[in-house]
Design a protein around this ligand. Structure first.
Ligand SMILES: O=C(O)CCC(=O)C(=O)O
Ligand SMILES: [Fe+2]
Length: 261
């Protein structure tokens, strides 16, 4: 097991020591709806994770799916003009948690008490829990040339990603923090329509390897534009739940991992 100081660049991101730093993160997250922590990983841990990612790539399950922005199937009875009934394409490769070595740095980070306390504090929540199934807690995602993630809102309330390898071209994370408030049952179809029809510009993030990104994916429309280089985009998702014992749906597991266990 690696320790938190071996994994996280604590000089730049004093997640265990500085209350001021933590409250800054919390304020940024509330104000901007997204928190971008560049150089979150130490050089050594980033290098080791990159090596692991490339080793595991051959085991990735590649899937392509069509979905709406709310991650439903398109309804043939509803007009195409409805932004919530537009068909998006997502395709990527995924290595599920059970194929990631037990002694991987990612497991140490994911299970780290210090990291979880930091997340609880910046998200203003009591506790977070891993998935009950063996596949969904930590995932490596590989976006090869032409692969992308279409516009969508997540089902989970928040998302945590770690960029491992950026492509030379394309594969840009774009988002908008307006348009939906799940808790208040609010959805602005006009605004969302403008974004997905390229009439309004989303925010594009320049995310480099070693960056941790935390965002409220259920309320923020986001996508990854198609990768244009031969060099794939590699990203890790650290997936937690607000309740104990949650499993990813059978359907989602079958789609993303090609199996349910
Ligand atoms: O690849 C990314 O940067 C975002 C991933 C994402 O939005 C998702 O997995 O739902
Ligand atoms: Fe997402």
């Amino acid at each position: 097991m690696s320790t938190i100081s071996e994994i996280v660049n604590l000089k730049k991101h004093p997640i265990i020591k500085s209350n001021k730093y933590i409250s800054n993160c919390n304020t940024k997250l509330i104000n901007n709806s997204i928190l971008q922590l560049d150089d979150f990983l130490t050089d050594k841990s980033l290098y080791q994770i990159q090596k692991e990612a490339l080793n595991l790539k051959k085991k990735a399950f590649y899937c392509s799916q069509k979905h709406t922005i709310l991650l439903n199937k398109k309804n043939s009875k509803i007009s195409n003009k409805d932004p919530c009934n537009r068909e998006m394409t997502s395709d990527k490769g995924c290595v599920p948690h059970d194929l990631i070595p037990k002694k991987s740095i990612l497991n140490s980070l994911y299970k780290s008490k210090e990291f979880k306390i930091f997340l609880n504090k910046i998200l203003n929540i009591k506790n977070i829990y891993p998935y009950k199934d063996k596949l969904s807690s930590i995932n490596y995602n590989y976006y090869e040339k032409k692969q992308q993630l279409g516009w969508h809102f997540d089902n989970a309330s928040f998302a945590i990603t770690l960029m491992i390898q950026s492509p030379n071209s394309g594969g840009v994370f774009q988002y908008t923090n307006k348009g939906r408030n799940y808790e208040k049952n609010y959805l602005n179809k006009n605004y969302i329509g403008n974004i997905i029809n390229n009439k309004k510009k989303p925010t594009s993030l320049n995310v480099k390897p070693g960056t941790l990104l935390l965002f409220y994916g259920r309320n923020y429309l986001h996508r990854v534009t198609p990768v244009r280089s031969k060099k794939p985009r590699i990203l890790v998702t650290l997936n937690y739940n607000l309740e104990k014992g949650v499993e990813l749906s059978l359907n989602a597991r079958k789609t993303f991992f090609g199996r349910i266990k």
